[in-house]
Ligand binder design. Structure first.
Ligand code: SAM
Ligand code: SF4
Length: 329
């Protein structure tokens, strides 16, 4: 399909991730710098109307799936209004959230036809969870995950696996999916501005499987054509688990994702240095589609043209990017 959303490498981008805000009620160490984090001013955020207009333009050009993210999307004052508005587009609507506020949004999700919720949780241990998130919401998040799963939502639990921090918990997360239909996803730790990443802290896909083999017998599941996760299931378990191996085995060839930041900049890759300011153009009454086309056509074949093929060779000091919290993961 030829479209302004097709890049020079033949990839058609039909999956748009929209960040609603760079604000958050947690302070995860791997996501944001401990110091010097400057948040966007409200006047720089897309309004509900601007977000709706830009999303509508992408849908007209072939976007079929929209995921809301952030920062924490549910702390945005107009979150319910945005979800309601996007629910009217002919797309699969999904959200990635830290889960703290989810119980307040179940009806909003249902009414908008939003059935798929990804919740981030990196440790089931109270003290370690507090250390990673610098906040104290573990019980609430666990309750909300179980409530969503029991209420028929499709729930993925995202755990960023960091060597020497939480990798010994991977088995406990998988055990959680024994009787509950949870889809546990282990994410390899990625480098972003100011997050202190080093190659030595990455626990890879193969290492995660090795840790799990001690405790479980599992089968490989069939992955979809654009999936970024390699999925498995323990024999007899209700849920599944998967590994997002961006560092050790990237999925760039089949990438169909683009991102719109909360301040209306288009990023064609999580690791792209460049971004295109769609919001300023929209506010100035300029035509936006040609900017989108230029941005998509400039997409690098692999890893934003910035990361090394072997992640051990990536020097986090020379990467030029935003902090994850202000990209929208
Ligand atoms: N606040 C929401 C949440 O935590 O789910 C949405 C935004 S958060 C930036 C989106 C996802 O990015 C989360 O699953 C988070 O764990 C992941 N993430 C953030 N920093 C990361 C990093 N350095 N490496 C891998 N994943 C990361
Ligand atoms: Fe907030 Fe999500 Fe980043 Fe944690 S991972 S600081 S919850 S945006």
């Amino acid at each position: 399909m030829s479209s302004i959303l097709t890049d020079r490498h033949g990839r058609f981008h039909d999956y748009l991730r929209i960040s609603l805000t760079d604000a958050c009620n947690l302070r995860c160490q791997y996501c944001m710098p401990e110091e010097d984090m400057s948040f966007m001013s409200r006047s720089n955020l897309m309004t509900v109307d601007e977000l709706g207009t830009l999303a509508g333009m992408f849908v007209r050009h072939g976007v079929r799936k929209i995921r809301l993210t952030g920062g924490e999307p549910l702390v945005r004052k107009e979150a319910a209004e945005i979800i309601d508005r996007l629910g009217r587009y002919p797309v699969e609507l999904a959200i990635t959230t830290n889960g703290v506020l989810v119980d307040r949004f179940l009806d909003v999700f249902r009414e908008a036809g939003l059935r798929s919720v990804n919740i981030s949780l990196d440790s089931l241990d109270a003290e370690l969870n507090r250390k990673i998130t610098r906040r104290d919401h573990l019980d609430q998040v666990v309750r909300n995950i179980e409530m969503l799963a029991e209420s028929g939502f499709r729930v993925k639990v995202n755990m960023v696996v960091m060597k020497g921090v939480n990798e010994f918990e991977v088995g406990d997360f998988v055990a959680w999916s024994r009787a509950l239909p949870l889809h546990i996803r282990f994410i390899e730790y990625m480098p972003f501005d100011g997050n202190g990443w080093s190659a030595a802290q990455v626990t890879t896909h193969d290492q995660i499987l090795e840790l799990l083999r001690d405790r479980f017998v599992f089968d490989k599941l069939q992955d979809g054509p654009n999936d970024t996760a390699r999925a498995y299931q323990v024999k007899g378990f209700t849920g599944t688990f998967a590994v997002i191996s961006t560092m050790s085995q990237p999925f760039c060839e089949s990438c169909n994702r683009i991102r719109l930041t909360a301040d209306g900049k288009l990023k064609n890759c999580l690791f792209s240095q460049g971004e295109t300011d769609l919001l300023s153009a929209l506010r100035a009454g300029q035509e936006v589609e040609s900017l989108v086309q230029q941005n998509i056509r400039s997409k690098y074949a692999r890893l934003g043209g910035q990361l090394a093929e072997d992640y051990h060779d990536t020097d986090p000091e020379i990467l030029k990017n935003r902090a994850m919290i202000s990209i929208g993961g």
